[in-house]
Structure formats: structure tokens, C-alpha cells
Design a protein around this ligand. Structure first.
Ligand SMILES: [Zn+2]
Length: 569
């Protein structure tokens, strides 16, 4: 990748100051340095400094390509970096890891113990032959972003983004909801074949990487790369069962009541998101500016330290405007370690869901900021999905008392209650949905045949899952569409990650329950857990946050009951 294209794309970011072409030589120098236990602290500082530049650059390249998926230069700059520079850096990174682990007489301080065991895993997993495969997987994942990013929905002579179409599913006019749903199905159906092919290739690459690493399957590899030591694949399977037994029946009852209130025999897929009393959808804000300012008031009211952390996102560190050629459904927080700034990506169209997503992503941002305020190195940042999602999902709940205008938020009392109900329903829905997505991934990546299941087998398995987790919605006439429900963004971009949302929602519901007893104490515990970053295992981080890391049937039954009570149905 030429320095010139890097500069052009980066524009105003701090990233422009980073010499991409110097990264590999810099890394070679680090690998060649002679290191002893005595000069290790100074060496660690230099290694960290190097990785700060790498992650800053990667965050910048990612940001620019995602802000406009049609920008070929930005995409090429990213892919050049990932395809041409990263494999060299990964190879050198392995040498550097071995060097760090092999310094005679050096014991890392306790706060780096977790990072050091992650280094050991990385060394264990490293295979030169996986470098080109990792680059290929990245390119395929990028292809998903482009395919999904080009998706537009044509509804009543209007061209809508996915998010704008989704918002129509909340309107009281049932005929309009149905048209919107059908238009969304039609748009997405055009992608089925392309997404099938893409997934077959991704699955093949992932399986091959696991074989190269001498692991029984890609699931074992995912467990290692995601640093999951606190729960096993079997625990995840038990969680699916618990959700099936404790959440699905409650949601089925709720759906049946909903059908009755809407005066329909059976709920159709376009009846899920509208208000049962026929009220217009919640409309917390009109412009992205209003959203940013309202959140600023809410976080300041919740906690001054979190309020200050939120301000770091403002003035150019959030891309929230909906535009064609942004990736629909994609929302994320990324941290720019050189700039010491979090960054949030989302397409906000004015819905309650947008407000929720921003509270979620802000929680991730708080996690990065609080950790970096407490610890010197990138190695201290959390690498645990269940902790990262507790940071974000607990923030969805901790902000509930500030939704009303008089507390700084967006709503009157009645609408704030509606928003709270929607969050409870969403949390329960996520438990079901992520269990299904996780279950299909277990199926796909532990399949006995070397190349994994065929697409037809995946479709069939997904249909079995829709029966197992059936909430009583009538999908008659949409069977073909239903079979492709596994084509979710996480299946392509973040394999095996989904279940972390389920586990974290169980933690977040507990944080919320604690906050109802003692809000300042719950916030303090939340901040303490976030400030620990990745220096402790998730079970200890959960304990610091004042919650238990449990997902057995009894725990789930208790939390579901609390959520339904707050749902107020
Ligand atoms: Zn998240």
C-alpha cells in the first residue's frame, strides 16, 4: 500500500501521521532487539507504542471504508493493508510473542497475566499457512459488507435503506407494515444466492484454518481465539436448552396476548414491532444532532465521569447519518488508541432502536476509555466478549431512569415506559435469536464432513431451529425466506460471537436489578468492572460489577420474570 493512498484516505485523522510502510521494518527491529528481564519494562513500552500505531491505522482504514462502501480507494487501502501488510506483521507478531514469552527471569505483573496467557494461546495457534487464509477470510467478510451495504428497499416508489424500511414495521397501519415487510423480503431475497456462495467459501476457509492448527474443528479454534476459559461449548449448548425451556414459552404467551390485542388470529411477521394500542412509533429525535445532545445530557446526569467519556465521541468521532453505501444493521464502537478516542458507527433514522443502539455503543466506548485511563498498555484492554457486551448492554439499562425529558432524555413519562418495555422485550428476543444463531454455528462448524454441511443442509437445520424456538408467529408463504434466517451479519463477520450477547444480557438484567435498589452503587460497580479492562477473567469482572456469571435455567427463569414484570404486560 502506498503512503500516498494512505494519506489521501485518512484526511484529517491522526492516522495520517502513521507511516504504514515503516510498520514492518519497525517490527523487524523490535524482533531483533536484545531483551533481558531488566530492560523488559522499557521494551514493553516500545512494543505497545508500535501496536498503538497499528491499531490506530487499522481503525482508521476500517472507518473510512465503512463510511462509504462504494469508495473503491478506501476499500483497496484497507484490503491492501489486510492482505499485504498484515500477513507479514502476523508472522513477525508470532516471533515477537515468542520473544516476550521467552525472556529469561521475567514474570509479568499480575495485571498482565491474562494478556500473557493470551500470548501463549496465540503462539500455540500460530501457523504460517493460515496467514493467506486469514487474509482470504477478511476479503470475503469485506465482500459481505459490500453486498449487504448495497441493499436498498423499494417501497411505494420510494427507495429506503434497510433501517428506514425497518422503521416502517412499527407504524400502526397494518397494510403499510405488510408492504414494508414484503419489500424487505424481496430486497434480501436477491442476495440469497450470493450470500450462500460467500458463506460456503468462508466456511471452507475457516475449517481449513482449524485443520492447519491441528484442532478438531473451527469451533475449538473460535473458543481459543475468543479467549473463552469461563465456559465451554457444552455450556453454550445448555444455554440454548435453558432458553428453549424458560424464555420461549413466556414469549409465546406474550405473542398470543399481542395477537389478541391487535385483534388478529395469528401474528404475522409484520405485527411484531408495532404498538398494541395503535400508537405511532416512538420518535425520540429528528436529527442526529438532537440524538447526540440528548445522550450528552443523559450520560452527564447518570454519572459525571461517564458524561466526560461520552464527550470524547463528539465532534467527529461518531458517524450516525444514514446514507446509502453504509453497511445496514452494522453498529460498532472502535477505539483509536493513538488519538485516545472511541469511535461509533451506526445509521440512525430517528427510532427508539437508534437511541438504544447508541447507549449500547457508548457503553463499549466507556469500557475502552475507563480501561485506558487506568492502565498503560493495549494489553490491558478487555478481550472478552461477555465482558465487552456487559459494558454495553448494562448501559442500555442503567440509562433507563434518564429517558424522560425532565432527566435529560427524550420522552414524556408514558413514552419512557414504552421504551423500557421495548428494551425488556428486546433482551428476551435476543436470548432466543442468539441461541438460534449460535446453535446453527455449532451445527455448521462441528459437521462431520470435512468441508462442512451443504447450504441445503444449513437451510434445513435452520428450519428445525425455527420449530424448536417457535414463538407462534405465522410465516405462511415465507418458507423460502424463513430458511435463510441464518444469513445474519454475525454468521459472516463474527462467528460464534452471538451467544456473548445472551450471556451478557443475563448479566445486564442483574445490573439493572441492582440499580433499582441502589443506583449509585450499581454505577460504581459497573465502572469498577470496566476499569479493570482485561486484567481479570470474566467471572471476576462480573463479580466486580455486582452480578453473577451464571446461565442455568433457574437464573434465566428469575431474570425473565423480572423483565416481563417491567415489560408491564
Ligand atoms: Zn456490543
Amino acid at each position: 500500500m502506498s503512503q500516498n493512498s494512505g494519506n489521501d484516505v485518512m484526511g484529517e485523522f491522526a492516522v495520517a501521521a502513521i507511516d504504514a510502510e515503516a510498520l514492518v521494518p519497525r517490527m523487524e527491529m523490535l524482533v531483533a532487539e536484545s531483551v533481558t528481564a531488566a530492560n523488559m519494562p522499557a521494551f514493553l513500552k516500545r512494543v505497545d507504542d508500535f501496536y498503538v500505531d497499528v491499531y490506530e491505522l487499522l481503525a482508521g482504514l476500517t472507518r473510512v471504508k465503512d463510511e462509504d462502501t462504494s469508495d473503491k480507494d478506501a476499500r483497496d487501502a484497507y484490503l491492501d493493508f489486510v492482505g499485504l501488510v498484515m500477513p507479514d506483521m502476523a508472522r513477525l507478531g508470532d516471533e515477537l510473542n515468542r520473544k516476550l514469552l521467552g525472556v529469561a527471569g521475567y514474570e509479568p505483573p499480575p495485571d498482565l497475566a491474562m494478556a500473557w496467557s493470551a500470548l501463549r494461546d496465540d503462539v500455540e495457534l500460530f501457523r504460517t499457512e493460515n496467514l493467506p487464509l486469514a487474509a482470504e477470510a477478511e476479503a470475503l467478510e469485506q465482500r459481505y459488507r459490500v453486498l449487504a451495504g448495497g441493499l436498498v428497499v423499494e417501497l411505494d416508489d420510494e427507495v429506503l435503506t434497510w433501517g428506514q424500511a425497518q422503521a416502517k414495521l412499527e407504524v400502526p397501519d397494518r397494510a403499510l407494515r405488510e408492504r414494508a415487510y414484503r419489500a424487505m423480503v424481496m430486497a434480501r431475497t436477491e442476495l440469497f444466492t450470493g450470500l450462500d456462495e460467500l458463506f460456503s467459501r468462508l466456511m471452507g476457509v475457516r475449517n481449513e484454518m482449524a485443520r492447519n492448527a491441528d484442532l478438531p474443528n473451527y469451533r475449538a479454534m473460535a473458543w481459543l481465539t475468543m479467549r473463552r476459559r469461563d465456559y465451554t461449548p457444552e455450556d453454550a449448548l445448555r444455554l440454548h436448552d435453558a432458553v428453549e425451556h424458560e424464555v420461549v414459552p413466556r414469549l409465546r404467551e406474550l405473542i398470543a396476548r399481542r395477537a389478541k390485542r391487535l385483534g388478529v388470529d395469528r401474528l404475522r411477521p409484520w405485527d411484531l414491532f408495532c404498538d398494541v394500542r395503535g400508537r405511532e412509533p416512538l420518535k425520540p429525535f429528528e436529527t442526529v444532532e438532537e440524538l447526540e445532545e440528548g445522550l450528552s445530557r443523559m450520560f452527564a446526569a447518570l454519572d459525571p465521569e461517564l458524561g466526560a467519556a461520552y464527550e470524547l465521541l463528539r465532534n467527529g468521532w461518531m458517524d450516525l447519518e444514514p446514507r446509502p453505501n453504509k453497511v445496514p444493521e452494522l453498529g460498532y464502537q472502535n477505539y483509536f488508541p493513538r488519538s485516545r478516542r472511541p469511535y461509533v458507527y451506526w445509521s440512525a433514522v430517528g427510532t427508539d432502536d437508534d437511541l438504544l443502539t447508541l447507549r449500547h455503543e457508548a457503553g463499549h466506548a466507556f469500557h475502552a476509555v475507563l480501561t485506558q485511563n487506568s492502565w498503560p498498555y493495549l494489553w490491558h484492554l478487555s478481550r472478552s466478549g461477555v465482558m465487552n457486551e456487559l459494558a454495553s448492554q448494562a448501559m442500555e439499562f442503567l440509562t433507563l431512569p434518564y429517558l424522560t425529558r425532565e432527566k435529560g432524555g427524550f420522552y414524556n413519562e408514558e413514552d419512557a415506559r414504552r421504551s423500557q418495555s421495548e428494551l425488556m422485550l428486546r433482551a428476551l428476543g435476543v436470548l432466543v435469536r442468539t441461541s438460534m444463531v449460535d446453535a446453527i454455528e455449532h451445527f455448521v462448524y462441528t459437521h462431520p464432513s470435512e468441508n462442512g454441511p451443504s447450504i441445503a443442509e444449513i437451510d434445513a437445520e435452520w428450519l428445525r431451529l425455527t420449530e424448536r424456538f417457535d414463538l407462534g408467529v405465522d410465516y405462511a408463504g415465507f418458507e423460502g425466506w424463513l430458511a435463510k434466517g441464518w444469513q445474519a451479519i454475525h454468521v459472516y463477520l463474527f462467528p460464534f460471537y452471538s451467544i456473548e450477547y445472551a450471556i451478557a444480557y443475563l448479566g445486564a438484567l442483574q445490573v439493572w436489578d441492582n440499580a433499582r435498589d441502589d443506583a449509585p452503587q450499581a454505577s460504581a460497580a459497573y465502572k469498577a468492572a470496566l476499569s479493570l479492562g482485561g486484567t481479570k477473567p470474566p467471572t471476576e469482572l462480573y463479580a466486580t460489577a455486582g452480578v453473577s456469571f451464571k446461565f442455568d435455567e433457574a437464573t434465566i427463569a428469575h431474570l425473565v420474570a423480572l423483565a416481563l414484570q417491567a415489560y408491564g404486560d
